[in-house]
Structures are given as structure tokens and as C-alpha cells.
Design a protein around this ligand. Structure first.
Ligand code: 13P
Length: 252
């Protein structure tokens, strides 16, 4: 019912030459894949090059952020219509690194989300608790606030195209993956929040990705869980061979 989505978030890595070589390599490796949707989210400067490099392949291209106005005097920002015009189809919104280092809040996440939907981009909205919040027993309260504030004001008929990424901050780049049990518990909680917001049918269509130290050796057990519909992969997406292993998770 929900097509799995494996997305690579490159963060701030790779030069142009490295990006081009990777695209050729990955396109060759995964040309036969059609049961899983594949997405690569490079830095803005390589978006157009990679849209062209992956043309005719199953790989889609997304941005790592998007601004909430369509155009105007906003030096340094990139809008949804601009991203659509170069062939990007997804946008990551509210990644924990943007929340931590660049002042992102649930309110700005919500503005970006509405702009992405308006502009025809599929938003991947990131939520997740810090280690301190988990240890204080606040995981569900944090997730609930991020989901409810981040996703407010969306029409139910648009909500089914949304993607939510659960990325516990303590698992990002640390090598400490959430166990499939912990991830499933949060995913199922998020699905329940989506039911409250949009109803059972729509909530059943929204894909919820897990992110945080996803690798070839843990993807299979994560994907076996009922509410884990894919992965948002950082470090392990930077190498085409290791990303291919994740894309070809077992149990499909
Ligand atoms: P890692 O896979 O490197 O832990 O990063 C996860 C992430 O932040 C993806 O957005």
C-alpha cells in the first residue's frame, strides 16, 4: 500500500566531480529497481547536474531545505518554484541539524512545508528527540509537538503525499541506530498522530521514514517493521555501493 522510499541525504559533502562520478555509478547499479522509490538529496549546487545525470533512471532528486516565500528580496534563499523548475521533486524540511545550527523551529518548518506543497514538491518533514529528551521521558511529547505544529494547516487531500522522517538526534551520525523496536514504537506513535490530524485513510498512506545511522547491516530488520516505510540515510548514502545495499533491503 505504501511504496518504500529510500532517500540519501548527502548533507554538506562531495565536490562536483565526486557528485558526477557517484551519479554514474549509482545509476548503473540500480537501473532495475522499481519496487522501491529512490531519492538523492545533494547540496543545492549539484541539484540540476544530478537531475540531468539521473535522467532515465529510477532516482529522483530532492533538496535539503526550501524557503517559504516563492520569490522576493531574500538573499541566499531558494524557493519551491525554483526547485521545481530545475526538476527537483522532494524537499527535506526541519532536519535536526537545521534545528540545532540554523534556528529552525516548528513554526518555520510549517511555513516551509506549506510552501513546498504549494510549489508541487513532496516534503519530507523531520522530527525526533534528543538524548536528553529521551532520558527525561519526553520522547512522545517532543514528537507530538513537532508533528502537530509542523504539520498544521494542511488540507487532508494534500496530506497523503507527505513524508515524515523520524530521526532521533542521538542516532544521527553516531553509529547508534535505534533498535527496530524503538523505531517502530515512535513510528506507530507518529501514525496515530497523523490519524488524529487527517483520519485513518490518509494516515495509512503517509510514508514514515527512519533516519539515524542506517547501514546495510541494519536496514533489513528496520524495514521489517509495520510502520517503517523507508529510510533517510546520511553517511551510508555517500558511497554508491553501500547505498545500493540499503536500497536492496531484504524482505521486499
Ligand atoms: P546518518 O545516517 O549519517 O546517521 O545521518 C542520518 C541523517 O541525518 C539523515 O538525514
Amino acid at each position: 500500500m505504501r511504496k518504500p522510499l529510500i532517500a540519501g541525504n548527502w548533507k554538506m559533502f562531495k565536490t562536483l566531480d565526486e557528485a558526477g562520478a557517484y551519479a554514474g555509478d549509482l545509476a548503473r547499479r540500480i537501473s532495475d529497481v522499481d519496487s522501491t522509490e529512490i531519492l538523492v538529496c545533494p547540496p543545492f549546487v549539484y541539484l540540476q547536474t544530478l537531475v540531468q545525470a539521473f535522467e532515465g533512471s529510477p532516482v529522483k532528486i530532492g533538496s535539503q531545505n526550501v524557503f517559504w516565500e516563492d520569490s522576493g528580496a531574500f538573499t541566499g534563499e531558494i524557493s519551491a518554484p525554483m526547485l521545481r523548475s530545475i526538476g527537483a521533486s522532494y524537499a527535506i524540511i526541519g532536519h535536526s541539524e537545521r534545528r540545532q545550527f540554523f534556528g529552525e523551529t516548528d513554526e518555520t518548518v510549517n511555513k516551509r512545508l506549506l510552501a513546498a506543497l504549494r510549489g508541487g514538491l513532496t516534503p519530507i518533514v523531520c522530527v525526533g528527540e534528543t538524548l536528553e529528551q529521551r532520558e527525561a521521558g519526553k520522547t512522545f511529547a517532543v514528537i507530538e509537538a513537532q508533528v502537530k505544529r509542523g504539520l498544521s494547516g494542511i488540507d487532508t487531500d494534500r496530506a497523503s503525499s507527505l513524508v515524515v522522517a523520524y530521526e532521533p538526534v542521538w542516532a544521527i551520525g553516531t553509529g547508534k541506530t535505534a533498535t527496530p523496536e524503538i523505531a517502530q514504537e515512535s513510528h506507530s506513535f507518529i501514525r496515530g498522530l497523523l490519524k488524529d490530524l487527517f483520519g485513518d485513510e490518509t494516515a495509512g498512506l503517509v510514508r514514515i521514514l527512519y533516519g539515524g545511522s542506517v547501514k546495510g547491516d541494519n536496514i533489513d530488520s528496520l524495514m521489517a517493521r509495520a510502520d517503517i516505510d523507508g529510510a533517510l540515510v546520511g553517511g551510508a548514502s555517500l558511497d554508491a555501493a553501500s547505498f545500493e545495499r540499503i536500497i536492496r533491503f531484504k524482505g521486499q
